[in-house]
Design a binder for this molecule. Structure first.
Ligand code: SF4
Length: 268
């Protein structure tokens, strides 16, 4: 997901992505540090693998839609990988391992496509809302890239976040994640569907979790987004130490680590 935000103090408009909202829910200080740095996480082997696998999935879905059948679209996954692999993305020592993992994960996706009854409407779809008034003289634009949008036989719109790692949130974690609210609102504005589900699927384990909001869920999610926007405008973020501190760009100067509890190991 792309990190982008206009200057909230001068333009009084903020643009927030699901990834940013997820980070904000982990820790406001983490979110603030990423914004100041102007970039998301430093790339890791796992994030680069995720990028590569998503590119392969887009290529797979394009081929499947061109032939109208996932089963016949890509008989030769090796060839598809060969044509869409960016070897220079990885360190030389990592490339062989990444290639093998990517093929395994793409095969899992191809198997999923064979088994599911979903019409894929798009992969890696960028979407954004019109500016939404916050009631404080500020507006917010929600935007993000959706891994895959599908439509089930009953008309339900399914937003699927494809994970290349094994970890998935619980149902409640996904339901309460402000990123999920953003995905829901992006789909609601784009499709006006009766039912929208937001799902995550691990290509590594086959595990899946999905949620659907009722009116109360949407209202509660919007409240969380309003609070996030309030903190953006006020530059007022709380610090919530957790295991995520290990990946936070603020970890070497964070007061919560320097003076905080003993549970969190401080970096050298
Ligand atoms: S180091 Fe931890 S507590 Fe401090 S800003 Fe980062 S995530 Fe938050």
């Amino acid at each position: 997901m792309v990190v982008s935000m206009l200057d909230v103090k001068e333009r009084i408009v903020c643009r927030v992505t699901p990834a940013q909202a997820h980070t904000w829910a982990l820790c406001g200080g983490f979110f603030q540090a990423q914004y100041r740095a102007g970039k998301p996480f430093a790339p890791t082997y796992s994030s680069l693998l995720g990028t590569s696998v998503h590119e392969l999935i887009v290529a797979f879905d394009r081929a499947a839609s061109a032939t109208s059948a996932a089963s016949s679209a890509v008989n030769d996954l090796d060839d598809l990988v060969w044509r869409n692999w960016h070897a220079g993305r990885f360190a030389t020592d990592d490339n062989h391992r990444a290639l093998a993992e990517a093929k395994t994960l793409l095969t899992a996706y191809a198997d999923l496509r064979q088994a599911e009854v979903v019409q894929v409407l798009g992969s890696e779809v960028f979407s954004q809302t019109a500016p939404r008034a916050l009631g404080t003289g500020h507006t917010i634009v929600l935007s993000g890239r959706i891994d895959r949008i599908g439509q089930r036989n009953d008309g339900t719109i399914e937003l699927l976040d494809l994970k290349t790692g094994a970890h998935l949130p619980t149902h409640d974690e996904l339901y309460n994640d402000p990123a999920t609210t953003i995905y829901h609102l992006l789909a609601a504005e784009r499709y006006h569907a009766q039912r929208i589900v937001v799902a995550q699927l691990s290509l590594r384990t086959g595990g899946r979790v999905e949620v659907e909001f009722d009116a109360d869920g949407v209202a509660a999610g919007k409240d969380r987004l309003r609070e996030m926007a309030r903190q953006l405008v006020a530059d007022d973020f709380s610090l919530t130490p957790s295991a995520s501190c290990a990946f936070c760009p603020a970890r070497s100067t964070c007061p919560a680590l320097l003076f905080g509890g003993e549970a969190v190991e401080r970096p050298l």
